[in-house]
Design a binder for this molecule. Sequence first.
Ligand code: SF4
Ligand code: SF4
Length: 431
Amino acid sequence: MKYSTTLPVKALPSAEKYDGNGPAYKRRFHVMAKPTGSTCNLDCSYCFYLHKEELLHQDRHSGMSDEVLENFIRQYIDGQDGDQVVFSWQGGEPTLMGLEFFEKVVKFQKQYQKPGQRVENDLQTNGVLLNDKWAAFLKEHKFLVGLSIDGPRELHDRYRVTRSGKPTFDKVMTGVDALKRHDVPFNALVTVNRTNARFPLEVYRFVTRELGTTYVQFNPCVEPVDFKQTAPQFWRDDVIPVTGSRRAHPGDLDSIVTEWSVDPDDWGKFLIAVFEEWVNNDLGRVQVNLFETAVAQTMGLPAQICTHSEFCGKGLAIEKNGDIYSCDHYVYPEYQIGNIENTQLAHLAFSERQKAFGLGKRDTLPKYCKACPYLKMCWGECPKNRIVRAPDGEAGLNYLCPGIKAFFNYAEPILVGIATLVKRDFAGLKR
Ligand code: SF4
Ligand code: SF4
């Protein structure tokens, strides 16, 4: 993490294409593309990206140029050896680039695609601009849509508002109708904040029943009060509170997090309530990112999401000017590792510095985590959330720890049961 930023960005041997007889998947990495930078048509209170305009001195009126786009697509495809390359378009709000931009995306992808290779696209959107034209395009080119929605109207409109403070729920639902008319597959991305965390079943039932999604991602909203300017791991040491203390909760005058951040205890209660509902009614029908990963880990398989993996480092971010950052959540000058105009993307992805960033997730864990019974399920969660001290005073503990522990404490025996059933099903299928 922090120490990784002092290392040179030197390409490792794995950045080079391997033409020997070794395993086929040698170079694989993922890049989150931000073609509009931080520019968005909404002004969600908790957005961690809007302020990047100021921080990175971005020009709000221009998006990713054709030159940067083509360069990115060429290098991203060229830098990987797998038979599948996944492009993820995020923001800001990527649909602000207009359909013409995405027509160019598809054109360049076809131009540089290697024989036998599958190129796929994900689009993460607030849904406000989606209409029949967009939906027809997304369907034709098989884009998978991730829709940001925080629950039913009252909960969604609490923080997801326009630049003039107006609610957005109806606009999003108009976009959802267009997706449904064109049969475009979409997932729900729910930011779990201080308010909707207290209504777990209302949120979960809304996205899975009313919206009809069968894949749900829950992202806890954790924002240090100084997140706009201060990069993760560059916090002032003397202001870090101990987990569970007054300042390690939102709502306190001296809290280290914004008032809309999820409370760590509520995060645990939210997960437990949704998990119970999922196990009782939706197992095998609905996929919930955190639960799928927990089941996989219980079966001895790797985590499917970075936050619960042992290492980070395989998911970089590209800004509209071609600057590359270690991770989407680390778009701060301290974590910029290069620009694709000067250095090949694969060289940045497989560089000494990016490797150190990835290993840092495990190597900077506090003793408290190393002794935790749930270490191999949690791995200290996302390093950007390690903003409190452990009970013994060591810094670097995850803010969400009390909630994560409560969840695993409740869910562990049930996860073992589910893993046994899944293994038995697999064994039955093989016979
Ligand atoms: S820093 Fe957080 S979001 Fe980024 S790769 Fe690591 S765990 Fe994932
Ligand atoms: S539950 Fe808490 S102590 Fe255990 S690994 Fe996660 S963050 Fe560390």
